[in-house]
Design a protein. Structure first.
Length: 260
């Protein structure tokens, strides 16, 4: 199967090279890497041009935000399976897409996902937060759960049947989309208990307290819009579920120190 990776970027000259090489270095070879640039002016496009032979498609033009750009990439993708990898993220090792292909080799599986670690922006070897996922059970989204979106790989026909990102949401359209696919449409998914992505801390959704609060409000309103009768307490449980990820990261660091 062909796997399409969509990377959205805007002025990420300091990290885009690692993202591109992370995809290009995968042992799985049938990959289509698409980059959607929002009109960068900081040298990002020069770096992309340096690796143009490793990329299937590069588009650089103004957009209406990260989810609008992701929608452009998904519409352009020709792969059987589509994943997204942000411009400041990279794969945990060179076998990730081989693991994706294995998970999706079952024709009944429509999406797969795994774990993710947040790392320090200035030291990507230092784990700050560990997003350990789990097998999906109906109702999990109503407690604030969601799969780590950068690890979420979906068959292309699922987007065609159930829609793209809701661009009315600026910070939590990934929560709404995964909830719509899994909780509402009940697509068949599988969880792989491995770390697939390393994400630098400081993304849009967790950049400030204001964004955290706004993101939680967007998630709450998305639940209500789809007819799920969650209470405002939902936002408290969503935040609480994230706090445990920091304690998990401490255990990861402690175990690594013991191993050394």
């Amino acid at each position: 199967m062909r796997i399409s990776i969509v990377t959205v970027v805007f002025n990420n000259a300091s990290t885009i090279e690692q993202t591109i090489l992370s995809v290009a270095g995968q042992t799985y070879r049938d990959i289509e890497h698409i980059i959607i640039d929002g009109g960068s002016t900081d040298g990002t496009l020069d770096i992309i041009a340096k690796y143009r032979d490793k990329l299937a498609l590069v588009v650089s033009e103004p957009d209406r935000g990260i989810y609008d750009a992701m929608n452009k990439g998904i519409k352009a993708a020709q792969g059987d399976v589509i994943g997204t990898l942000n411009a400041d993220d990279f794969y945990a090792d060179d076998t990730v897409l081989t693991q994706v292909a294995k998970a999706m080799s079952d024709p009944e599986v429509e999406a797969c996902y795994a774990d993710l670690v947040y790392v320090a922006a200035d030291d990507t070897g230092r784990v700050l937060r560990y997003w350990r996922s789990c097998d999906y059970k109906p109702g999990l989204f109503l407690w604030g759960w969601m799969p780590a979106h950068p690890t979420f790989f979906v068959r292309r026909h699922v987007y065609a049947e159930h829609g793209l990102f809701d661009t009315r949401l600026k910070l939590q359209a990934d929560f709404e989309l995964t909830m719509r696919f899994m909780e509402l449409r009940r697509i068949k998914t599988t969880y792989v208990p491995r770390t697939w992505v390393r994400m630098r801390m400081g993304g849009a959704s967790n950049r400030s307290i204001k964004n955290v609060l706004r993101g939680n409000w967007e998630s709450y309103t998305a639940c209500r819009r789809h007819g799920f009768g969650v209470s405002p307490f939902f936002m408290v449980t969503k935040v609480a579920s994230r706090l445990t990820q920091f304690f998990s990261a401490r255990r990861v660091r402690r175990d690594a120190e013991v191993a050394r």
